[in-house]
Design a protein around this ligand. Structure first.
Ligand SMILES: CC(C)(COP(=O)(O)OP(=O)(O)OC[C@H]1O[C@@H](n2cnc3c(N)ncnc32)[C@H](O)[C@@H]1OP(=O)(O)O)[C@@H](O)C(=O)NCCC(=O)NCCS
Length: 221
């Protein structure tokens, strides 16, 4: 079972050798301590249950096995590292939150596991057991609204499509809404493949979380 390690701590080291990634494929080997530390800060170092380190840029199977589970405090650092990725924000038309803001929000969500106060259903996405992203349903303007985020290194493997299908099976209240930047074709495609239909398209102003952009709204009735 693979798990993400918190990005802020030092990686565990039991010897002086460069850590070798799981599986032994050349592309998975972390070749130097410097590289390892840099990746660690970026939240891109993972360890398996015996503490071996590997680089999740490794080639996962093209279609990994996707599962979702309840989000835990141990996931938050890695999810924040995913949220900081520039290309992801460009695609989503969003602005990343700084760590204190992100941490404050997640402390509130995790303190309310049934979502009675926050109304949030928080889940993480695992690809072959590796933390690959987040998927949540949260109330926006009084409606259940779906959002998701996949680590950039894992895009294009069907992970979001499958994770949405899994959460829709678990969360059965309808309708569910989702919004996406008009240019975020992959996200719109993920939603349409799960039965969502476009209901509106308009330019939305800049907010603390989004840039000014064309925003499309989709619904699953
Ligand atoms: C959007 C996002 C969640 C997609 O995740 P993913 O795991 O790569 O998605 P999937 O692999 O399940 O599916 C992507 C679909 O978009 C398609 N796609 C990707 N780029 C495309 C493009 N430029 N034009 C048309 N289709 C495109 C893929 O082919 C695939 O469809 P298919 O299965 O019919 O071939 C991911 O890019 C992401 O996390 N982006 C940053 C955050 C974000 O945008 N979140 C959503 C906010 S609304």
């Amino acid at each position: 079972m693979l798990r993400a390690l918190p990005a802020q701590d030092s990686p565990r080291r039991t010897d002086r050798e460069a850590p070798v990634a799981r599986g032994g494929a050349a592309s998975r080997v972390i070749t130097s301590w410097k590289q390892e530390t840099k990746l660690w800060r970026l939240g891109r170092i993972m360890s398996d249950s015996s503490g071996r380190l590997y680089n999740p840029r490794m080639p996962l199977p093209v279609r990994p096995m996707v599962t979702i589970r309840r989000t835990s405090a141990a996931d938050i650092r890695t999810l924040h590292a995913f949220e900081l990725d520039e290309a992801s924000n460009e695609l989503a038309g969003t602005k990343p939150r700084d760590w204190p803001t992100f941490q404050r929000r997640w402390t509130e969500i995790l303190a309310d596991p049934e979502g009675r106060a926050t109304g949030v259903t928080p889940r993480v996405i695992l690809a072959d057991g590796v933390l690959a992203g987040a998927i949540n349903i949260s109330p926006q303007d009084g409606s259940d609204t779906l959002g998701y985020w996949i680590a950039r290194t894992l895009w294009g493997r069907g992970i979001a499509t499958r994770a949405v299908a899994l959460l829709l099976r678990e969360f059965t209240r309808r309708p569910i809404y989702a919004t996406a930047a008009g240019h975020n074709v992959p996200s719109i495609r993920v939603l349409e493949k799960n039965g969502f239909e476009m209901v509106s398209r308009c330019v939305t102003p800049e907010t603390s979380r989004t840039v000014q952009r064309e925003t499309v709204t989709l619904v699953l009735e």
